[in-house]
Design a protein. Structure first.
Length: 582
């Protein structure tokens, strides 16, 4: 917060906007200072989204697809196997199906094909398209393709017109595609640089719809309302953990509205299967902990096409079947993930954790499909970047050298993609962004890669600023937590996520009333003061049960609106709990 944003200014702004001072302070702490910015932020609208043709490459891509619509040229969308790629594929599929264009989708198998375009897939798609439609047609990538220079050249040599839509960091030399949409490419003036892959795909659909409207493709009353696909755009955006600010905040807010209108049968069945109980309003947490893991699981241990089918079907029976298949895949994923996590913890114990800037762990038979999620858990536990490597599938190995593939996840302040890029000479392939990376290298280079990446990340660590491990937004009283004006305004702050973290509050020297253990290692309790009460839950805080019975405690917490038996009540969600210092 700037020094000039003082208490007096906060009071004036709060009075001007008729908002509680606490809400103004939270916004200011997150870099939102002006009344105009606050108004727009608290009431985001799709009308605030920038126009699609601000994105570099949009005119070229739309012109190609307009011709496909007019001449009925076949279009193949090539997606990725994660939730971002699946929702991107679904958005394009639904729109092009409505247009009646010859269309098919292709998502590579994670284990046998890996991420992005690959030569064998392109040849297969080409053969199928020529057999069915007499030509290669248009190859449209979603959430991938920006680093696949050689395969793009091969695709064009086979006769494909190639459009790349992607959001990952571009290489220095871009592929020679017929059109590229990526807000991160040089000279792109599109203001929202942090779109997920599904956000870029959605913008392509926006641009194409706009051009078709100008050419009177539809009667006025039949123009597609693209707000109905915002649920999918929101799911992919949240799942890919891009910053929930700017365009992404507008997208997620609108998407949650659509999700709560219960219009897409596949997503309804997915949530019903995941919760197995009465559901309240769909939230970002539902996407993060229920929907995204199950959509991702299809691509991790099965086929991502099952997830696309779930999302795009209109048949309740089919939707139920696909939802149950995704539930089984998610359970299998959990078991595999738990086994690898345990092994990786054991391997990490033999490392010098005092000096290691990064952990690079290798085991030949780990399941590639879950390495990213395990690396994410490990990076949180060890507070440093983690890269997990395993052998490539046999069909990928072929002749020597023996190849290994892996996934890496980073921590705040360390750009793992940049660090890996400095090791490119000993790698065969890599891609990703600041927080996550995928890579392939000869197994004989593992030792040198481990040494190089550790040195590079050590340099990054020296440059990053040191921040407290837990930032508290403000101290709260029980009276404030019962203030209707604050609580009703607080809901307008959501959605929270990367780039706009959920506020963390504190209370000091409180006696926990009726603390009890639930679910093994979780702590349930109540705070009582001056005739007011509020319940709380501390997931994983069961070890503090004994001391919390007899001591005053300092609490750090976020707020949750808990729905149970048709009633909604606010409760505290512990972030930290410590005995008060006397």
């Amino acid at each position: 917060m700037p020094s000039e944003t003082n208490d007096e200014q906060i009071k004036k702004t709060a009075m001007s906007l008729a908002l509680p001072e606490a809400i103004i302070r939270i916004l200011a702490l997150r870099g939102i200072y002006t009344k105009e910015h606050m108004r727009d932020f608290l009431a985001p609208s799709l009308q605030q989204l920038p126009r699609p043709f601000l994105m570099k490459g949009m005119s070229e891509a739309v012109a190609i697809l307009q011709q496909a619509v007019q001449q009925q040229k076949p279009v193949t969308v090539f997606g990725d196997f994660d939730a971002d790629g699946v929702t991107s594929t679904a958005v394009i599929t639904l729109f092009f199906t409505e247009l009646g264009v010859p269309f098919r989708s292709y998502i590579p198998a994670r284990l046998s094909e890996g991420y992005g375009l690959n030569s064998s897939a392109i040849k297969k798609i080409h053969a199928d398209n020529v057999r069915q439609w007499g030509e290669a047609g248009i190859l449209l990538t979603v959430d991938c393709g920006i680093s696949d220079t050689e395969v793009v050249n091969e695709a064009r040599s086979l006769g494909f017109t190639v459009i790349i839509t992607d959001h990952h960091k571009p290489p220095e030399k871009l592929p020679e595609a017929d059109a590229i949409l990526n807000p991160l490419q040089p000279d792109c003036n599109f203001p929202c640089k942090n779109l997920a892959g599904v956000g870029v795909a959605f913008y392509l659909v926006l641009g194409l719809r706009s051009a078709l409207m100008e050419n009177s493709h539809w009667p006025q009353k039949n123009i597609p309302n693209l707000k109905i696909c915002m649920d999918l755009v929101a799911i992919g955006t949240v799942a890919d953990q891009v910053p929930v600010t700017g365009c992404n905040r507008i997208i997620v807010k609108a998407g949650l509205e659509v999700l709560n209108q219960a219009g897409r049968v596949g997503l309804e069945k997915l949530l019903d299967t995941a919760t197995r109980s009465n559901r309240g309003e769909v939230t970002v947490e539902d996407i993060v902990y229920r929907m995204a893991p199950r959509i991702n699981a299809a691509g991790r241990v099965g086929s991502a096409h099952q997830a696309v089918k779930l999302i795009t079907t209109n048949c309740p029976v089919e939707a139920q079947q696909f939802a149950e298949e995704l539930e089984k895949a998610n359970n299998a994923r959990k078991n595999i993930e738990a086994a690898i996590f345990t092994e990786a913890i054991q391997m990490a114990a033999s490392e010098n954790l005092e000096t290691a800037n990064v952990l690079v762990l290798y085991k030949k038979d780990w399941h590639q499909g879950v390495l990213g999620i395990v690396a994410s858990r490990l990076s949180e536990q060890f507070s440093r970047p983690i890269i997990l490597l395993t052998d490539c599938p046999q069909e990928d190995i072929g002749e020597s050298p023996h190849l290994v593939k892996g996934s890496g996840r980073s921590v705040e302040g360390i750009d793992i993609h940049e660090a890996v890029s400095f090791c490119r000479e000993i790698l065969l392939r890599f891609g990703g962004h600041a927080g996550a990376v995928g890579l392939t290298l000869p197994s004989e280079n593992i030792v040198s890669f481990r040494q190089q990446i550790d040195t590079i990340i050590g340099t990054q660590k020296e440059k990053r600023s040191i921040t407290p491990s837990l930032l508290i937004d403000m101290e709260m009283t029980l009276d404030a937590l019962h203030d209707h004006a604050f609580l009703s305004s607080y809901t307008a702050l959501s959605p929270f996520g990367s780039g706009f973290p959920e506020p963390v509050f504190s209370m000091t020297r409180k006696k926990l009333s009726g603390p009890r253990l639930v679910g093994g290692n979780h702590l349930r309790f109540t705070i009582m003061e001056n005739g007011r009460t509020i319940n709380g839950i501390g997931f994983g805080f069961g070890n503090l049960f004994d001391i919390s019975q007899n001591s005053q405690m300092d609490l750090a917490f976020t707020l949750r609106l808990n729905s149970y038996m048709g009633q909604q009540k606010w409760e505290l969600n512990l972030v930290d709990l410590q005995p008060s210092i006397l």
